[in-house]
Design a protein around this ligand. Structure first.
Ligand code: UDX
Length: 461
């Protein structure tokens, strides 16, 4: 990017939260804005900023550390998660305010992860525009909203009540055991997540990494209350047209990918013959679940590529990699976009994090859903019951909620070879087209991004 263009560009600060699943869409959205001539500063914690600096070289995007989580301790520092949130708020809000006030290039707008409770206070204090970015689906927001009203003792905004929305699963506390809500106890993480709605109310826009045709009815419903703007999937449309190769510029990785060998390995496999297994960054599978997965993969004749994160490796059965060499590959992390774009991948066993869900849809890869916590349960429900692009491998109904190897195996076979699998592949191919259409030039999400920019600068369009 030429220097002159950067000097003239509008300046938006993007405030990114901790966590792979939060940073990825914020960074992807930043790139999208940068590609439209906007100067972006990504404000985040020091550890995030350091990793992102090394993986990106866009001249329109710079990184600013507003909280030193390296020396002051991150989520594992004093006071655990709550201690981290308090320190991030104290340092982050002071440093971010100073940064915006002092910057030679006036900041037009703060786009903030809706998860960061203090962000909207800064936009109010400084009198700049604010956009809350919700990194999960619209349906998840709609599902959390009644809980927010209950926990924060708020009167629900007048809107049609939650269960009457066609298409939205009637998920209630018993369906969300990980929330701990059925016992009436609300752990700090839940209070924190639900607190996002305070930001919704104060924001000029509420951005969603989703697209209109994916969640049509829910989006329509939410628009009655908030200024909801769908801008996803945040993947660039050219990604969906071709195979993604040697991409060390695009993403952010909490672990170093050891995927160069896995791309070569995939190259030698037939189209649609490999099962990709990954549970994202946050879920930490218990030893029993890893054993069941290992049994399902070992007993079948299916090729697999399995991401077992460094802290889960010790839970793998002894000699598993040796025993399955030739038909399977275990890696500690990979470039998931490259993998999902590869023709050899026929099915994705996923925890159904929202990013993984959108990525699978965008690349047209059917899912075997094994949701673990929170919004993953809602996403899995949508994948199977609403969009019919995957199957849920049901967990045992005991406290541990492990999914048995037989059930995992049954779902893989059904998706790869069964009648239902054929229907699923057809449906996901259609959904992939809709995703691509939304982010292509003048597609619904692309138009929404242009409108967002033009509201900041009427001369833009
Ligand atoms: C979690 C939630 O489940 C998610 O829904 C929420 O919005 C944020 O927190 P996470 O567990 O990380 O996120 O899952 P997911 O949302 O799927 O994000 C994982 C990201 O990591 C994806 O973008 C995926 O492409 C990437 N990834 C994963 C890799 O690049 N390599 C891997 O090996 C595994």
């Amino acid at each position: 990017m030429e220097q002159g263009r950067v000097e003239k560009a509008h300046h938006i600060v993007v405030l990114a939260d901790q966590g792979q699943g939060h940073i990825n869409p914020m960074l992807q959205f930043s790139k999208r804005l940068a590609s439209k001539g906007i100067k972006i500063t990504v404000a985040t914690t020091l550890s995030n900023a350091k990793s992102m600096k090394t993986t990106l070289s866009y001249s329109m995007i710079t990184f600013e550390s507003i909280y030193d989580d390296c020396s002051q301790g991150g989520v594992v520092g004093p006071g655990g998660f709550k201690g981290f949130l308090d320190r991030f708020q104290a340092s982050g809000s002071t440093n971010l305010t100073r940064f915006i006030l002092d910057h030679e290039h006036p900041v037009k707008c703060l786009v903030y992860d809706a998860n960061i409770p203090w962000a909207s206070k800064i936009t109010t204090q400084l009198g700049i525009a604010g956009a809350a970015f919700f990194t999960q689906s619209c349906a998840t927001a709609a599902t959390y909203y009644p809980m927010y009203c209950e926990v924060y003792e708020k009167t629900p905004l007048s809107m049609p009540s939650f269960p009457v929305i066609t298409g939205l699963p009637k998920l209630r506390f018993p369906n969300l055991p990980s929330l701990g809500c059925s016992t009436g106890r609300y752990p700090p993480i839940i209070i924190h997540i639900l607190g996002q709605f305070d930001n919704f109310g104060k924001a000029d826009w509420v951005l969603f990494n989703s697209f209109d045709k994916l969640e049509e009815e829910v989006v329509e419903w939410m628009k009655k209350v908030w200024n909801v703007v769908t801008i996803g999937p945040t993947l660039p449309s050219f990604y969906l047209d071709k195979r993604v190769e040697n991409d060390n510029e695009y993403g952010f990785n909490i672990h170093k990918p050891n995927s160069s060998n896995c791309m070569e390995w995939l190259d030698s496999k037939k189209t649609g013959s490999v099962v990709y297994v990954s549970f994202g960054s946050a879920a930490n599978l218990c030893a029993e679940q890893i054993t069941e997965l290992a049994d399902a993969l070992r007993q079948s004749n299916i090729m697999f590529l399995w991401v077992v994160k460094p802290d889960e490796q010790s839970k793998l059965p002894i000699d598993f990699s040796k025993e399955t060499s030739g038909k399977g590959l275990v890696v500690t992390w990979c470039s998931q976009l490259e993998v999902l774009a590869h023709h050899a991948i026929g099915c994705f066993i996923s925890h159904c994090g929202w990013n993984s869900t959108l990525e699978a849809i965008s690349f047209g890869v059917p899912i075997v859903a094994m949701p673990q916590i929170l919004d993953q349960i809602i996403n899995a429900h949508f994948l199977e019951k609403v969009w019919s692009v995957g199957l849920i491998a049901k967990a045992n109904e005991d406290e541990k909620g492990v999914t048995a190897s037989e059930e995992i195996y049954r779902c893989i076979r059904e998706v790869l070879e069964g009648e239902r699998g054929r229907e699923i592949r057809k449906n996901i191919t259609s959904l992939k087209e809709l995703a691509k259409e939304a982010i292509d030039t003048s597609g619904s999400s692309d138009k929404h991004i242009d409108e967002f920019i033009s509201q900041l600068d009427p001369a833009y369009l």
